[in-house]
Each structure stands twice: as structure tokens, then as C-alpha cells.
Design a protein. Structure first.
Lengths: 268, 685
């Protein structure tokens, strides 16, 4: 198994214009874009424990630098995000090289990750972990009225920071329904229940890759992931689709595509 | 769409949020030389990877077209662009002339709670060492002057006694005069986290705020009745024998006098004075006193009164009475408003103290600074406060004023009076990042660099000194305030302003400021250090007063309730109280240029209780005129139960309907803080 620094050098030699990973600087871990083998950042490059939305960063980088090719260090969740983003036509996988890192057992357990490794692992050892379903099971055991009350209480702490959306690698729309004054009254906290959170949950259907960054960014510790995970389960049960699994199969809820495809769908 | 071989430039730069005093860790995203985004710093000791909406939008104003980009001087009544050399020379001459012709006391300086420690340090050094005046003050006067004064009297140190993270493990949290989830959102969420872990919340506020929904006990007092109800809480604790006698005996003095004073404040009498039901007040007192770890959190609802210092002293009394000082998850915790209001005070941006709260009228201290700065004859008399400088400018006694990063034409009470004062000045120079209302009266305007365009440090509300880092070049010709101050000083011929970086300035700061002595940029890193940090091997101090107080024993103060300066009458039958909203900051120069924040709300309003609205025939959303003895503004009425009957509330962010045209500049006699939280008003259709 090779180490991260050699992998970065290798990819930069093999035609990638830059390598997106994390670095450890002044005692903190943060994303870094390394553009050449002489960069001082190379010595600071690290796998680390903190996670940042690298997929989201790549959407912008690929757009800002349309002639460049990128390599990126991916965990299982990052890979799922990039695969789904490519199907949503937000990233071009042909201009991307993914270098896989497997999460440690401790990380996988802390995240309750269903698949804590990418399809090809260059760093680390694959481990398995069970997705945490405790909250979902607890909520599912409630009656409809109780469940509504339960969620209402959880969401009552929301201060409308939009952190769940802002950090989400799968949220890229220029016009966000959460900011539509006809759907959600602006300027008040907690934001309208349930519209604000239902809009976001529905947008996650067929899209959420279960990375858990939303929960990490939530100042109110709202169990958002349990809501989106339930959406994921429904998608899987009813439509047999899991976001980020295969690069070919499109989401059944995806309306993005050529105009012809959309017209064809309308005819059918 | 080829990028023509555009060089890849994408970086993340660790910094500190520029809005409130929580001091959350941010990473500024830089793409191609521009700040394009903000991410939370995942492992930050305060914010731990979360931000509020303002934090997420911290970059949005940086490249606004309202940024000032060229120096300007007033010629024939109009501001015209000029070069830096001319602008700095004009400022130096304007200040020097006033000092020469009318004496140094005719010159004043407004420091800034938005600027770095390094910049505030230099500004007070300019005032004291170059002009020889102690007339240096800043907007802390308008927010927590009463905290600085009050807590210094009770404990010997006017700062938050405990740390933000400790709130999560408190048993009881008494939140009074702080709309925490809106004004310090990340701290507000720590209070809610404590509640989820079983902590009991007591919320006391004239408005029923977001936090009230989670409170075990919510009390709605009449605005300005604070001393009455806090004395009332103490009365119940003493009369039921719930006080901490060991702590009182070992750590405090003045208890007897205090006990006698609060004996008069029975819950029944307090009900008459404050409107809080006697039984509810007693229940709150019992809940607070019974906890092993009870924390008091307060903000401007306590401080912005003519009794502000008394209000703070009363809270300090309450904490000492129950032994809730000097231990984890307890204490008296003022939440400082601006990102660096703590630091601007620490740096001596106050008329009576040098950096580190060393008194200007102490001979030994003055001699120490004369030696350190290589000057003689530093003034021994404390200078003027912000509000006094405004008054004396209006009277023609203060002739020249330098304002660094403040907008008194929106932020200060009684704006009409502020306008008269600024118009009367012989010379006004303003350094700011944005076009704003105050520039209209400036003779020189200096474009300043924003937090994303310079290095330096901010000190958050829990005394944590944290770095900001230059992420991009300043817009246009803008320069960092520390460079501006050095430039003016050199034009005035003053020595001691040869700095080539903020780090060099910080090195001088730690030499003259004992509580910062152990800090360096390298040690601050991305987590900062909490003062006092007296030596390089000292880990910083999360909790103050664990063994003793800086003044030896804690001092109880016997306090009597006084009515606010203005109470409702026939002509002005309502009480107007003012404050901020989650989505904006102060005068809006930054937040109202941030699309994500403007989208939430961009219009002034007045909250009116449904009973008052019915009496006045006002419907929700209707345009109304709000008036006080000082002026009137037109705003939309918001009919809501959030305010009690007889009370109206207005946010003060909106210059076009400025709440501060109405507010009362009456001052607290000790701290000279104006009574922004209560005045008499009326509403008409």
C-alpha cells in the first residue's frame, strides 16, 4: 500500500492538474488543492478524521477551470456523492481521478456508515459497519400524531442557518425552494414546520448519499440523517434505487436529461 | 469554454467570524483571488463545525459594490477621490490643528469593536502618545460599558467568568435580557443542548423569545425593572435560607448591607414594580438556588439602561449569594456583542484605561507606558466617553474626531443629536470598509480593508484571543486600519509606529498587557487562547476567580430600584424597547450587502401586542408612525404576542426607519451607557 504523498505525486505526474485532499496546518485539518509536487502543502497533506464536502468543492472547481483535470481523495461517501453528482450532470467524471481511502472501524462506527469504503481502496483497510437505525426505529414505533409531534419538537431548535443545505454535497441548485417566500416564510425562527424540513427531505429523495455532513453541521443536533435515511429506505423499497451506487443507473426521480428525453417521457 | 490556461487558485484560509462575540471558526474559500464562500472549521473549540446564517454568509459583503475603494477628501462640500498621501496628510493636519489651537482634549477618537486588537491598540496609542488625549472610546460604551464597570466592582474583572462550552453541562441556566438563539446563535444552541441533557432554563425577558419556548420558567418583566426583580430573587433566597453561607463567609464581603437592602424586595412588592407574579418569581429563585451549577447568561437587556451598572451588580450579587462563581458551568456570563468588543476593551479603547485595564490615572501605570512608548507627559486624567464626545461636539468644545469602523449615524441613541454634533465638528475623518450614513459629515474618508483582507486577532466573549488571516488582497486601494493609523501617526511625526505586520504589533501588545503576555501568533494557531495567559507555558484561563478575586474578596452591593429615565405618560403611553434580529448585524452596512441575509428580511417593523393594536385600530402589516420625544419614524406594524401589553419593539438595523431616532440618550451615571432598551413612545396610524 502506498502513502498519500506518493499517491499525490503519482497523480500529478499522470496528468492531473491538481489534487484535492485535506491538509493539517496550524493544528487544524482543512481542504487543500495541491497543484504541483513542489507545493509546501504536499508535506501537510493528511487523510485526517474531519470531513469536508469535497464533492461540492469539485462542482465549483470543474466549472471554474473547464480545461483542468483533478484528482481527489475520496472516502466511500465522497465517491457516492461524485457518482450521483455526475448523473445529475454537476461533475464530469472523465476529468476526475478518484483515489480511495477506507474509513477506520472507529470512524465507520461513529458515522454509522453503510459502506465506509469506496469501490477501489488505495489507502487503509476495508471494514464493515451497520447503519445506525436506532432513531428511525424509535420514531417508526410512534403513531402518526406522536411522530409529527416528535419531529416538531426536534425541529423547534432550528435557527435556520441553512447549514444542512450549505454543507450538503448533493445540494447545488441556484434557486433553492427553501428560500422561496411562497413556500417558507422568510425571516423567522424556527422556520415553518413542517414545510421547511419537508421540502429539504423530499429534495433528498434519490439524491442523499448518507454522508452525515448535515448532522455534523447542525448547531441544534437535529437528527436530520434519520429523516433522509428513511427517504432513502423508501426509495430502495419502492423504486429499488440507492443514490451513488452505480454510475450508469439514473435516479427514477431525475428529470435532468436531454430535452428529447424529457419530451419522450411526457409522451409516454 | 476554455479557461485559457488560467492558473489554478483555490485555497481555504482559517479565520474567525466577523459578526458576533461568539467567535466561531470559519474557513474562507478563495477562488481566483476572490472570497467565494465560507465553511465552518470542523474542530473549532467553540463552534465545532457549525455556524449560524450570518457565519455561513460571512464572505458575502467582501466584494460588495458598496465597499469604499479610494481615499476621499471633501472639496467645496463634496467628497472627491484623492491619493493616500494627501488623505493621510489631511487627517494628520486636521487632528494636529485642533489639538494645537484648542488643546488635546478637543480631539477625540472612536476605536472599533469590528477591528482587530492590533488596530485598536494602535489607535489608543495614537490618541495617547501622539495627541496626548485619553478621549478614546468605542461602541462598547453602548453595549457592555455597564458590564465592564459593574463586574470590575464586584469581582475585579469585567469579563465573562466562564466559557461557552461549559453551558452545556450547567444544571440551571438563568437567561436574562439575552435573545441568545438570535444574537449569539451558536451559544443559544449550547443552552438548548443543556436543556436536552436535563438542565432547567429560566428566561426573563420583556419579549417572549425563541428560548422562552424551552424554559421551565419564563418571566415577563416590565422593561427597566431589573434591579427590582433581581433583588426579589435574592430576597426569596435569603428569606428561605437557600444562600451558600460558606462561600459568602470565605469569599465575599458586604453581605450584611446587601441582606438589609434586599429585605425590602419581597415578591409581592416586586410584582407591583415589575409585573412578574410573586409566585413565579419565588419559583425561579428556588430553582436557581437549588442547583449545584447555575449559570447566569445576560446581554444588553441588562446593560442598556440608566441602571445598567446596578443591573450587572445585582446579577453579580445573585451569583455570589449562591456560590456560583469560580467553578465550572456556573458564573456570570455577559455575552459581548461585536466580534471584537472584548478585545477593543482589552486593548484600552476606553477613556480611563490602558491595555489590560491598567488605569490612566495611576501614576505607576502612566510611567510604565511612558517608558514603553518612549514618550513623556501622557495625560493622567481619564478622557471622554462616546456619548460625552458627541455632546461636547454639539456644544463646540470637541473640534476634531477620528472614527475607525463605526457608524454612529445609525448605531447611537438620538440620531438627530448625533447629526448636529458631527455637523458642528471642525474636522471629521472616517475609516470604514463600506459606504455608510456617517460619511455624509466626514471631511476625509479612508477606505479600510475587511477581515478577509488582513491579519490580526479578535477576542471573543469568553476571552479567547483568535487569529484572522489575510485571504485576499484588499479591494481597490483599501488598506488595513493598522496601516492607516501608522500612516497618520507618521504624518504627525510620532515615533513608535514603525510596524510591518500585525504580528509585530501583537508582540508589543503582549509586552504591555499582562493578561496577553504568554500569547504569540504561533501559540494562538487555529484554536486561540483564553486570557489571562501571563506566561508562555500558561494554558490560558477558561474559568475566572476559582481561588480568589483580583480584588481579594467579592463585593456585595446594596442596591435600590430606580425607575427608567422615561416612563410612559399620557402623551407617550407605550414603552419602546429595541434590539437586533438573527439575520442582521447592527447598522447593516455588512449584512444588508449580503444577499442570503437580505433575502430573509430587509424591512423595519414594530412589534405591537394584539391588545394595544386593537385599541389603536392597527392591523398586522399596516404602516404606522412611531414617535418619541426625539423624533418619529414610519414602519410596518407586526401584531404579535411576542411583546406584552404596553410594550413595543423595534430592530435598530434599518437606517431608513432608524429606531435610534427615537431612543433616549439618558446615561447610566457610572458607565455612561445610554438607555437604549427603554423609552416612552406612541403609535399612530
Amino acid at each position: 500500500m502506498s502513502d498519500l504523498k506518493s499517491l499525490i505525486k503519482e497523480k500529478l505526474n499522470d496528468g492531473a492538474d491538481a489534487f484535492l485532499c485535506l491538509k493539517e496546518e496550524e493544528g487544524t485539518l482543512l481542504p487543500a488543492l495541491i497543484t504541483d509536487a513542489d507545493s509546501p502543502d504536499l508535506e501537510l497533506a493528511a487523510v485526517g478524521e474531519a470531513r469536508y464536502p469535497l464533492g461540492k468543492i469539485l462542482i465549483d472547481l470543474l466549472r471554474e477551470y473547464p480545461d483542468k483535470r483533478f484528482a481527489v481523495l475520496v472516502r466511500g461517501c465522497d465517491e457516492r456523492a461524485l457518482i450521483e453528482l455526475s448523473k445529475l450532470e454537476q461533475v464530469d467524471l472523465d476529468r476526475l481521478v478518484m483515489v480511495g481511502v477506507a474509513c477506520t472501524e472507529e470512524e465507520a462506527r461513529a458515522c454509522g456508515c453503510p459502506r465506509p469504503y469506496p469501490s477501489e481502496v488505495a489507502l487503509g483497510e476495508k471494514v464493515e459497519a451497520a447503519p445506525g437505525r436506532e432513531t428511525i426505529a424509535e420514531v417508526e414505533s410512534l403513531s402518526d400524531a406522536e411522530r409529527l409531534r416528535w419531529w416538531k419538537e426536534e425541529f423547534s431548535r432550528c435557527i435556520k442557518c441553512y447549514g444542512c443545505r450549505n454543507i450538503c454535497p448533493m445540494c447545488f441548485c441556484k434557486d433553492c425552494a427553501l428560500e422561496n417566500p411562497h413556500l417558507v416564510e422568510p425571516g423567522v425562527i424556527p422556520p415553518e414546520f413542517p414545510s421547511f424540513h419537508v421540502i429539504r427531505a423530499l429534495d433528498m429523495a434519490g439524491r442523499c448519499i448518507d454522508c452525515g455532513l448535515c448532522e455534523e453541521a447542525c448547531p441544534a443536533d437535529i437528527p436530520l440523517r434519520s429523516l433522509y435515511r428513511r427517504m432513502q429506505e423508501i426509495m430502495e423499497e419502492k423504486l429499488g434505487y440507492r443514490a451513488g451506487e452505480s454510475a450508469e443507473e439514473k435516479s427514477p426521480l431525475s428529470f435532468l436529461g436531454s430535452e428529447q428525453d424529457i419530451k419522450k417521457l411526457e409522451r409516454e | 469554454m476554455a479557461d485559457n490556461g488560467k492558473k489554478l487558485d483555490y485555497r481555504l484560509v482559517p479565520s474567525t467570524c466577523v459578526y458576533c462575540g461568539t467567535g466561531c471558526g470559519v474557513l474562507l474559500e478563495v477562488t481566483d483571488g476572490r472570497v467565494t464562500g465560507t465553511l465552518p472549521q470542523k474542530d473549532h473549540p467553540v463552534s465545532r463545525g457549525a455556524l449560524c446564517i450570518k457565519g455561513w454568509a460571512a464572505h458575502e459583503f467582501v466584494h460588495s459594490d458598496k465597499r469604499l475603494t479610494r481615499p476621499m477628501v471633501r472639496v467645496d462640500g463634496k467628497l472627491v477621490e484623492t491619493d493616500w498621501d494627501t488623505a493621510l496628510q489631511t487627517v494628520a493636519e486636521g487632528l494636529s490643528r485642533a489639538a494645537k489651537e484648542h488643546g488635546p482634549e478637543a480631539v477625540g477618537f472612536f476605536a472599533s469593536a469590528r477591528c482587530t486588537n492590533e488596530e485598536n491598540y494602535l489607535l489608543q496609542k495614537l490618541a495617547r502618545a501622539a495627541v496626548r488625549t485619553n478621549n478614546v472610546d468605542h461602541c462598547a460604551r453602548l453595549c457592555h460599558a455597564s458590564t465592564v464597570a459593574g463586574l470590575a466592582m464586584s469581582f475585579g474583572s469585567g469579563a465573562m467568568t466562564n466559557s461557552i462550552g461549559e453551558l452545556e453541562d450547567a444544571e440551571v441556566i438563568l437567561v436574562v435580557g439575552s435573545n441568545t438563539t438570535e444574537q449569539h446563535p451558536i451559544i443559544g444552541e449550547k443552552i438548548l443542548a443543556a436543556a436536552r441533557k436535563g438542565a432547567k432554563l429560566i428566561v426573563i425577558d420583556p419579549r417572549s423569545i425563541h428560548l422562552s419556548d424551552f424554559a421551565q420558567i419564563y418571566l415577563r418583566p416590565r422593561p427597566g425593572s431589573d434591579v427590582a426583580f433581581i433583588n426579589g430573587l435574592a430576597n426569596v433566597i435569603v428569606s428561605e435560607g437557600l444562600e451558600d453561607r460558606d462561600f459568602i463567609a470565605a469569599r465575599t464581603e458586604g453581605f450584611e448591607e446587601f441582606r438589609k437592602a434586599v429585605a425590602e424586595y419581597t415578591p409581592e412588592r416586586v410584582e407591583e414594580l415589575s409585573g412578574i407574579p410573586a409566585a413565579d418569581l419565588a419559583a425561579a429563585a428556588r430553582l436557581y438556588a437549588a442547583a449545584e451549577r447555575a449559570s447566569i447568561v445576560y446581554c444588553m437587556g441588562i446593560t442598556q439602561h440608566t441602571t445598567g451598572t446596578d443591573n450587572v451588580l445585582a446579577l453579580a450579587n445573585l451569583a455570589m449569594l449562591t456560590g456560583n462563581i469560580g467553578k465550572p458551568c456556573a458564573g456570570v456570563n455577559p455575552l459581548r456583542g461585536q466580534n471584537n468588543v472584548q478585545g477593543a476593551c482589552d486593548m484600552g479603547g476606553l477613556p480611563n484605561v490602558y491595555p489590560g485595564y491598567q488605569r490612566v490615572n495611576d501614576e505607576e501605570t502612566a510611567a510604565k507606558f511612558e517608558a514603553a512608548w518612549g514618550v513623556e507627559g501622557l495625560p493622567r486624567q481619564p478622557g471622554l466617553t462616546v456619548v460625552e464626545m458627541t455632546d461636547l461636539a454639539a456644544e463646540g468644545e470637541l473640534r476634531a474626531l477620528f472614527i475607525m469602523g463605526e457608524n454612529p449615524m445609525v448605531s447611537d441613541p438620538d440620531i438627530n443629536h448625533v447629526r448636529q454634533a458631527l455637523q458642528k465638528l471642525d474636522f471629521l475623518a472616517v475609516a470604514d470598509i463600506m459606504d455608510n450614513e456617517t460619511l455624509e459629515y466626514a471631511h476625509v474618508v479612508l477606505p479600510a480593508a475587511s477581515f478577509a483582507e488582513k491579519d490580526g486577532t479578535f477576542t471573543n466573549t469568553e476571552r479567547r484571543v483568535q487569529r484572522i488571516r489575510k485571504a485576499v488582497e484588499p479591494v481597490g486601494e483599501a488598506r488595513a486600519d493598522w496601516e492607516i493609523v501608522c500612516g497618520i501617526a507618521k504624518k504627525m511625526g510620532a515615533a513608535g509606529f514603525d510596524f510591518s505586520s500585525p504580528e509585530e504589533i501583537f508582540e508589543e501588545i503582549r509586552k504591555v498587557t499582562p493578561s496577553y503576555a504568554g500569547m504569540s501568533y504561533a501559540r494562538l494557531g487555529t484554536r486561540g487562547l483564553q486570557w489571562p495567559c501571563p506566561a508562555e507555558d500558561h494554558p490560558g484561563t477558561p474559568i475566572l476567580h476559582t481561588e480568589s478575586f483580583p480584588i481579594g474578596k467579592g463585593k456585595f452591593t446594596a442596591l435600590e430600584f430606580r425607575e427608567p429615565a422615561e416612563t410612559p405618560d399620557e402623551e407617550y403611553p407605550l414603552v419602546l424597547t429595541t434590539g437586533r434580529l438573527l439575520f442582521h448585524y447592527h447598522t447593516g452596512t455588512m449584512t444588508r450587502r449580503s444577499p442570503s441575509l437580505v433575502r430573509e428580511i430587509d424591512r423595519a417593523f414594530v412589534e405591537v401586542n394584539p391588545a394595544d393594536a386593537a385599541e389603536l385600530g392597527i392591523r398586522d402589516g399596516e404602516r404606522v408612525k412611531v414617535s418619541s420625544r426625539r423624533g418619529s419614524v414610519e414602519v410596518d406594524a407586526k401584531v404579535t404576542e411576542r411583546v406584552g401589553k404596553g410594550v413595543i419593539f423595534m430592530p435598530f438595523h434599518f437606517a431608513e426607519a432608524a429606531a435610534n431616532l427615537l431612543t433616549n440618550p439618558a446615561l447610566d451615571p457610572v458607565a455612561k451607557i445610554p438607555e437604549l432598551k427603554t423609552c416612552a413612545a406612541r403609535i399612530e396610524k
